[in-house]
Design a protein around this ligand. Structure first.
Ligand SMILES: [Fe+2]
Length: 372
C-alpha cells in the first residue's frame, strides 16, 4: 500500500489523479526525462544524496494535503525516501521499480474490427507498434524491441504473423522486426534506401506494391523525408500507417541522417505531392507520440490526414523556401545515441540487454518541435 505500480500510476494519470511527484534522480536525468501527465503535474527534484539526512531542510516544499509519488531510477531510493516522508506525517508512496519499470510499461488498445487493428503503446517513450489481424493471419508494423508483447498478442488471437513491416530505419528505439521474422518465419520488409548496409535479409519495399494477408491488403506508399526510405502503409483504404512522416501533433524531423536540407526536399515532396491523392478521411496511425496528451479518451493515438493538413504548421508552408526555413527553426537536439541505435537496427552491432536498455532511455525525439 505504500507503493504504486507503473500500471496504477498510468491509470491515475489518465484520471488526472496524480498531484505531486518527488523525483530523487540527478537533475540532468530529471531534465532529460521525467514522468509527465496529460496536464502538468507539480514536481520537485531533490537528488537522493542531498535529501537523506537533510530532509528537515526540505519539508516545507512538500504539500500536506495530497499524495506524493516518489520516483527514482530503480525504486529503491524512492521507497526509502517515501518512508522518511511518511514518518514526518506526509502521504507518500513509491513507484515500484522506478523509471526502469515505467520505461517498460505497455498498453494495448483495439482500434477496429475486421480488420482487427491493435495499437501497442510504450507509455514512457511514446513508441507505438501496430498488430493487424485478418482471418487467421497477422501483420506487425514497426515492432518494438519487446517482441513477446506482439508475438504473444498474435498467438492469443489465433493469428499467425506472416509479414513484419518497418516504416523506416528507426533511430530512437531498437526495432524488433527482424527478431519477430526470425521467430515466426514471417517476411521482414523495409525499404532498401534505409536498409542498404544491413546485415540481415529482407524484402525490399516498392512503391505501389500490395501486401496481402487474410482478407485484407496493404498498399505501400513510399514517403521519403524523415528518412530516405520512409514508407507509409494503407490498410484496406481506411488506415494510413505513416511511421514518423506524419504524427498526431508533429511531422517527422528530416535531419537525423545529417542531411537536413536534402531530406527536407524529400519530405516536402511527400507531404505535398506523394500524399496528394490520398483522401482527408484516412485515419492516420503513427509510430510515435510526443506525449501522453496525444492519447484520446480511448487511449488511442490517431488523427486524420485532413486534420494533419489543416493543423500542421509545416503544411501551411506551401513554398519550399518557407518550408525549409520552418524545418530548420523547429529541429530539437539530436541525441548522440541515435547513431548507435541505427547501427543496432542495421545489425552492425549487437549490444547486450543492459546496453539496449540504456540506449532506449528517455522519450523519443522523432518529431519537429514546432511542427504541430
Ligand atoms: Fe523515426
Amino acid at each position: 500500500m505504500f507503493a504504486i505500480s507503473p500500471e496504477e500510476l498510468k491509470k491515475r494519470i489518465d484520471l488526472k489523479k496524480i498531484d505531486f511527484i518527488f523525483d530523487l534522480r540527478n537533475p540532468d536525468e530529471f531534465e532529460a526525462w521525467r514522468i509527465e501527465g496529460k496536464t502538468a503535474i507539480p514536481a520537485l527534484n531533490i537528488p537522493q544524496p542531498d535529501f537523506v539526512g537533510e530532509e528537515e531542510r526540505y519539508l516545507e516544499r512538500f504539500p500536506k494535503d495530497v499524495q506524493i509519488v516518489a520516483i527514482c531510477a530503480h525504486g529503491d531510493s524512492s521507497r526509502y525516501s517515501a518512508e522518511l516522508l511518511r514518518g514526518r506525517g506526509f502521504d507518500a508512496v513509491s513507484l515500484d521499480g522506478g523509471m526502469d519499470a515505467w520505461s517498460e510499461l505497455y498498453e494495448t488498445h483495439r482500434i477496429s474490427e475486421r480488420p482487427d487493428v491493435y495499437q501497442i503503446f510504450r507509455v514512457a517513450r511514446g513508441c507505438i507498434s501496430h498488430l493487424l489481424v485478418s482471418g487467421s493471419e497477422a501483420v506487425v508494423i514497426d515492432a518494438v524491441r519487446h517482441v513477446d508483447r506482439l508475438v504473444g498478442l498474435a498467438y492469443s488471437l489465433n493469428a499467425r504473423i506472416v509479414h513484419v513491416l518497418d516504416t523506416h530505419l528507426q533511430a530512437d528505439h531498437i526495432s524488433g522486426g527482424v527478431e519477430i521474422a526470425r521467430r515466426t518465419g514471417a517476411e521482414y520488409h523495409i525499404s532498401p534506401d534505409d536498409a542498404s548496409p544491413a546485415t540481415f535479409s529482407y524484402q525490399p519495399l516498392r512503391d505501389a506494391e500490395v501486401i496481402s494477408f487474410g482478407r485484407s491488403s496493404i498498399e505501400v506508399h513510399l514517403s521519403p523525408g524523415h528518412t530516405p526510405g520512409s514508407a507509409s502503409f494503407l490498410l484496406d483504404k481506411r488506415f494510413l500507417f505513416t511511421g514518423d512522416t506524419i504524427m498526431k501533433t508533429s511531422i517527422g524531423r528530416p535531419d537525423l541522417g545529417g542531411r537536413a536540407e536534402e531530406w527536407s526536399r524529400l519530405l516536402y515532396d511527400t507531404l505535398f505531392h506523394r500524399y496528394e491523392g490520398l483522401p482527408d478521411d484516412l485515419i492516420i496511425l503513427p509510430t510515435h507520440a510526443a506525449s501522453l496528451r496525444e492519447q484520446d479518451e480511448e487511449g488511442i493515438v490517431r488523427t486524420t490526414l485532413g486534420e494533419a493538413r489543416r493543423s500542421s504548421d509545416l503544411y501551411q508552408r506551401k513554398e519550399f523556401p518557407q518550408f525549409l526555413q520552418f524545418v530548420k527553426a523547429s529541429l530539437p537536439e539530436s541525441p548522440e545515441r541515435y547513431q548507435e541505435i541505427r547501427k543496432v537496427n542495421l545489425g552492425m552491432i549487437d549490444p547486450d540487454e543492459a546496453k539496449r536498455k540504456e540506449l532506449e532511455i528517455g522519450k523519443n525525439l522523432c518529431g519537429m518541435a514546432k511542427a504541430a
